[in-house]
Design a protein around this ligand. Structure first.
Ligand code: FMN
Length: 176
C-alpha cells in the first residue's frame, strides 16, 4: 500500500537525509540501487524535480541512459549502515543489491522504490547533461576529481558526473 505525500511536507526531511546517503534506484537489465549524497529537490520548467549527479563509471548510469527513469528512496529515521555499505561501495555490474533491499511495486513508472527506505519519489528524466570538470572552481575540481583512482573502482574519481533532472511524477510512502 502507498500513502501519497505532498512534497512540501517532506522537503526538509529529504534534504536533511540526502547528505547522509539516500538511494537512487534504476530498473533496466535488473533492479539496482546506489547511494547518493548529492542531489537537488526543486522546481524546473514549472515542474517538481529531483536532480541526481552520477559518475560515468556507475552501473546506475548505464541503466539510467537506457530507461530514462529512476526512483529516490529516503529512510524515515536514518540510513542503515549495511545498506550504505553495500549500495555505496559495490557495483551493480558485479553485485545484486536485492541482497539488502526489498523492491516494492512501483506506482507510475516501472522503477520500484524499496521497503527499507519507504519515502519514494518516482522520476522521469527530462534532461541529462555531462558536467565539464574544466569549468569548476579549482578547489572543487581538486577535491572531487583528484584523478588518483581509476574508473573501474567504486571510489573512482577521474570521471565526471552527469546531472539527470528527473520530473517527480509520483511521491508516496510505502506502507506494509
Ligand atoms: C554516502 C555516499 C554518497 C554517495 N554519493 C554519490 C553520488 O551522489 N553520485 C555518485 O555517482 N556516486 C555516489 N556514491 C558512490 C556510489 O554509491 C557507489 O560508487 C556505488 O557502488 C555505485 O553503484 P552502481 O555501480 O551499482 O551504480 C556515494 C557513496 C556514498 C557511500
Amino acid at each position: 500500500m502507498k500513502e501519497k505525500i505532498e512534497l512540501r511536507d517532506w522537503a526538509g526531511h529529504i534534504t536533511a537525509m540526502l547528505p547522509r546517503g539516500i538511494l537512487l534506484n534504476t530498473n533496466g537489465e535488473k533492479f539496482n540501487s546506489m547511494v547518493i549524497g548529492w542531489g537537488a529537490l526543486g522546481t524546473v520548467w514549472g515542474r517538481p524535480a529531483f536532480t541526481v549527479y552520477v559518475r560515468q563509471s556507475r552501473y546506475t548510469k548505464a541503466q539510467l541512459d537506457s530507461t530514462g527513469e529512476f526512483t529516490i528512496s529516503v529512510p524515515l529515521e536514518k540510513p542503515d549502515p549495511e545498506i550504505t555499505r553495500v549500495c555505496g561501495t559495490q557495483s551493480g555490474y558485479t553485485v545484486d543489491k536485492t541482497s539488502v533491499l526489498t523492491p516494492a511495486q512501483p506506482g507510475t513508472t516501472k522503477t520500484p522504490g524499496v521497503k527499507e527506505y519507504p519515502l519514494t519519489l518516482e522520476c522521469r528524466v527530462i534532461y541529462a547533461q555531462d558536467q565539464d570538470i574544466s569549468l569548476l572552481p579549482a578547489e572543487i575540481r581538486d577535491r572531487n576529481y583528484p584523478q588518483d583512482v581509476p574508473g573501474d573502482s567504486p571510489m573512482a574519481n577521474r570521471d565526471h558526473h552527469t546531472a539527470y533532472i528527473g520530473q517527480i511524477v509520483d511521491a508516496y510512502i510505502i506502507k506494509e
